[in-house]
Write a protein that binds this ligand. Sequence first.
Ligand code: TMP
Length: 213
Amino acid sequence: MIVIDGVDGSGKGVQTRRLLQALVEAGEPAILTREPGGSPAAEDIRQLLVRGDPEKWDSMTELLLMYAARRSHLRDTIWPALEAGNWVISDRFADSSRAFQGIAGNLGLDTVENIHQVVVGDFTPALVLILDIPESLALARARERGDSEDRFEKKGAEYHARVRAAFLDIAASDTQQYVIVNADQNMDQVNQDIIEIINNRFSLNLKATGGKD
Ligand code: TMP
């Protein structure tokens, strides 16, 4: 399982799709999924989380909903796909809970880890790529999308600055598990950087894909 995570508007959507395309073009069985969501039941929970007033849920309720969704995602999508021999590419996973609820939301990493252990256990992705970009640029991009899934975007610039710093701290804590990718470049360059990292790490020969975004 390979996760691409980072602040809102960092380009995860495009980059996860391109990575999936590169794997499929190389004949590797792979699925693309996302959080919150990624299974029918978890997509239902997503709708509760991503719309409406930012104060609708406090950080603890968000965390519990994220982990309820994650449990469904693991049980119904991720674990069966891995069992069947697929690569699983996920747009976000547990590090979003660490960064958003744990650090930016002030719950603390210990609280997240306690719940994580109960819900997920020792399962970890093979690699997590953190797309790093100044949060002001990323938020402007996310707002350009103009969709109604903007509950987290509305939490404001200071919250998102803490999310960015949190991802960088998390990545620094384990350089085997995490690789930081400079996402403040054009999409083709970011894609090339990601393909190079994946090829080196997993001894693959994927090719960067043309922009069919
Ligand atoms: P998305 O826009 O990347 O699909 O994610 C929706 C929002 O959910 C995004 O603002 C980040 C947030 N989020 C958390 O706060 N904690 C989590 O554990 C996950 C997976 C997402």
